[in-house]
Design a protein around this ligand. Structure first.
Ligand SMILES: Cc1cc2nc3c(=O)[nH]c(=O)nc-3n(C[C@H](O)[C@H](O)[C@H](O)COP(=O)(O)OP(=O)(O)OC[C@H]3O[C@@H](n4cnc5c(N)ncnc54)[C@H](O)[C@@H]3O)c2cc1C
Length: 411
């Protein structure tokens, strides 16, 4: 059996190394950090949302880019197989709301430990502090992989190399985008890389006064002119620079193609359960109860305290105005404001706050049934280095496990 080098000891690289070793190959896993799985450690707020307990169609539906490319990978190693894999390694797992699978212990370190134990069992040679400088090839017309060169000058030979260096987000974990450079040097196309699953900055500076305020059960919509790009119900968060939280993190992925069109108009429906007419009745009732108070002091039943100054600021009613002096017209405008609370999305935050990189090695140049390069034989790709990304819920790690598995299995 041949020699296999895996570059990158993240989720995809560890899975690829395990699978290739189980196929009987002599596998070396090269990781530049002092330990394996640094990004895996911070996933799911330290709990690691390993995968999503759903069928393959559902997995595919949650992939935002190039989902068709993942057919073979997902069918070869779906989320049920991922769960079985970890259970076989002695990791107890649990499924939470929305099918999100976590280790029973809530510690991502247990996921890493299970993978390390398996690497050891399969006799994968793990080399830490091993930073790859380039991938070596032989041949002119038809090129094939011959090994890798490390930054310390050492050359390691192998007939097969799996590139699993991750993307560009959270570079401190080791994903500094090296894989894109290696792939480009070998003639592969790398599509434009952008941060995704990332918070937004807003044009409105007053949002920083709302920092830390989380709104549940609201509907957020995002529009480019009249075109509706995103509309979902859920939870969001104000930050010192703009907006974040589950709704906006998902939105960043779904409106990512409109990044150049920013600023985009965002609206929050603060009372989505009530139609404007019903809401007006509710407001009227509150106004009745507080008719002798100032407007700013009559809103505590409708909104969280922190939001009230912003609401007053955006309304056409002075904060000190007596409630019984508010005209019907102004009240109707106020009701409209509650259903269409406006913000302006100015730009995405950077890669260091992005859960995922959008873009990467073009999937057109990679065989979807094997993960092998269509240009260089013996070169395989796995994980986030590829131009693939999905929504939150365990789907991005599923991409890493499945592509890693298929790459390792194909050798
Ligand atoms: C904060 C955060 C939370 C997340 N939570 C979740 C979650 O709960 N569920 C989910 O599904 N997804 C989550 N993700 C996304 C998920 O972590 C990634 O999609 C996944 O880790 C990608 O795996 P990978 O193996 O392709 O890359 P990585 O995990 O980034 O691994 C790449 C490895 O390659 C190494 N490397 C890079 N260059 C070189 C080189 N030149 N030489 C040697 N080694 C090199 C790096 O050091 C690194 O260890 C989260 C991401 C972040 C940032």
């Amino acid at each position: 059996m041949g020699k296999v080098i895996v570059i990158g000891g993240g989720a995809a690289g560890m899975m690829a190394a395990i699978r290739a070793a189980r196929n009987g190959h002599r596998v070396t896993l090269l990781e530049q950090n002092e330990k394996l799985g640094k990004k895996l450690y911070i996933t799911g707020k330290g709990r690691c949302n390993i995968t999503n307990d759903c069928d393959t169609e559902n997995l595919l539906n949650n992939v935002v880019r190039n989902s068709k490319f993942l057919y073979s990978a997902f069918y070869s190693f779906d989320s049920q197989k991922v769960m079985e894999f970890f259970k076989d390694q002695g990791l107890a797992i649990k499924t939470e709301r929305g099918g999100r699978v976590f280790p029973q212990s809530d510690h991502s370190s247990d996921v890493i430990r299970a993978l390390q134990k398996t690497l050891q069992q399969e006799e994968v040679k793990v080399q830490l502090h091993a930073q790859v400088a380039d991938i070596l090839t032989v041949g002119n017309e038809s090129r094939s992989v011959s090994g890798v060169c490390l930054t310390d000058g050492n050359v390691l030979r192998a007939e097969n190399v799996i590139l699993a260096t991750g993307g560009s987000s959270y570079a401190a974990t080791g994903s500094t985008g090296d894989g894109y450079r290696f792939a480009k040097n070998l003639g592969h196309t790398v599509t434009e890389c952008r941060p995704s699953l990332v918070p937004f900055e807003t044009a409105e500076e007053w949002v920083k006064n709302l920092q830390g305020l989380s709104l549940r059960n609201v509907t957020v919509s995002i529009r480019k002119g009249k075109k509706l790009l995103f509309k979902e119900f859920g939870e969001m968060l104000f930050t010192h620079f703009g907006v974040s939280g589950p709704l906006l993190i998902s939105a960043s992925s779904l409106v990512n193609d409109y990044m150049e069109d920013m600023p985009l108009a965002m609206e929050i429906d603060l009372k989505p359960a009530l139609a404007e007419e019903q809401l007006d009745k509710r407001v009227l009732r509150d106004f009745e109860e507080n008719k002798n108070r100032q407007f700013k002091n009559a809103l505590s039943k409708l909104f969280p305290t922190k939001l009230i100054p912003a609401i007053v600021h955006l309304s056409n009613i002075g904060g000190e105005e007596k409630v019984n002096a508010i005209s019907r017209e102004k009240r109707m405008e106020f009701v409209h404001l509650i259903k269409h609370f406006p913000l302006t999305l100015q730009k995405f935050r950077g890669f260091n706050e992005a859960i995922i990189t959008r873009g990467g090695v073009s999937t057109r140049e990679v065989n979807p049934s094997t993960m092998e390069s269509k240009m260089i034989s013996g070169l395989y790709f796995a994980g986030e280095v590829l131009d693939l990304d999905a929504l939150t819920g365990g789907y991005n790690l599923q991409i890493a496990w499945s592509t890693g598995y298929l790459a390792g299995d194909s050798i």
